[in-house]
Design a protein around this ligand. Sequence first.
Ligand code: PEP
Ligand code: MN
Length: 337
Amino acid sequence: MLIVMNRNAPPEQIQRVVRIIEAKGFTARPIPGGDRVSIGILNNEGPVDPALFLGLPGVKEAIPVTRPYKLVSREIKPEDTLIQVGGVTIGNGHLTVMGGPCAIESEEQALTIAAHVKNAGGHIFRGGAYKPRTSPYTFQGLGLEGLKILAKVRERYDLPVVTEVMDNETFDQVEEYADIVQIGTRNMQNFSLLKRAGLSKRPIMLKRGMSATLEEWLMAAEYIMAGGNHQVMLCERGVRTFVRHSRNTLDLSVVPVVIKESHLPIIIDPSHAAGVRDQVIPLSRAAVAVGAHGLMVEVHHEPQNALSDGAQSLYPDQFARLCADARKMHAVVRAES
Ligand code: PEP
Ligand code: MN
């Protein structure tokens, strides 16, 4: 249930509602809005009696929340969440393009690619320092050294950086260096990692598990929000299907459904969906056309020598074309909405 307070209800009235919720053994989660606060009721097993709240000073209405995810849901927060990171706004009305290599391989490699990302008009630099690899015998990432290189990229090019955290042990370290902390597809239901992300001050990019339903994905985001971190963006990166013409199948049909169900920004990663670079630009155009709020794309100046995911990495000139196309498509989408 969501308790919606009157406009400008004073803190005493909000506190009184919180106390009543907590006295019942439930969790109260105040959600600041524009000029009114709503209070979400969490951890209730059965329905909550609205009569407990209706009639209290400052209470406007009590709305039952029908979805299993609460804080993530538009029922609880109708207005879109916007995430601010290093001067970049992510969310409805904005198109945020993130680009960079799959993995940080060296300082020279990262700085070279970052220059291309910046020149093309990219907003955020991506690059893995800790890499979840299928084989233990392939490049596992530079770890802390990679994070330090990301910090240099941010400083030199004034680009916020997004990088993946793989486990709780390295969370403190990753969040110290990252502007956005990424949780990868393989960890989408790593619940202890999600709980740790809920305590982070950094925005979290939560990738969809490679065979996760929409509900499982949104419930994973709920873990992060329930922990107190409301800066969450979702990232669709392709789901596993029977096809062989691409690495995964980019589920673009999830975008309008996510937008209907949730107020959180939705980013598309066409690179891990495609697995090959010639599909990445068309998929990116389609992603923007269907209403995605951003793209995250792998770029490499020497993809033939990349230590991971070279086949799907765009050449810098292709990334520049992608950025230009995406901007044009976004202008069309905005004009129509
Ligand atoms: C990545 O973005 O570097 C990555 C490993 O992606 P995913 O978790 O979607 O496979
Ligand atoms: Mn990759």
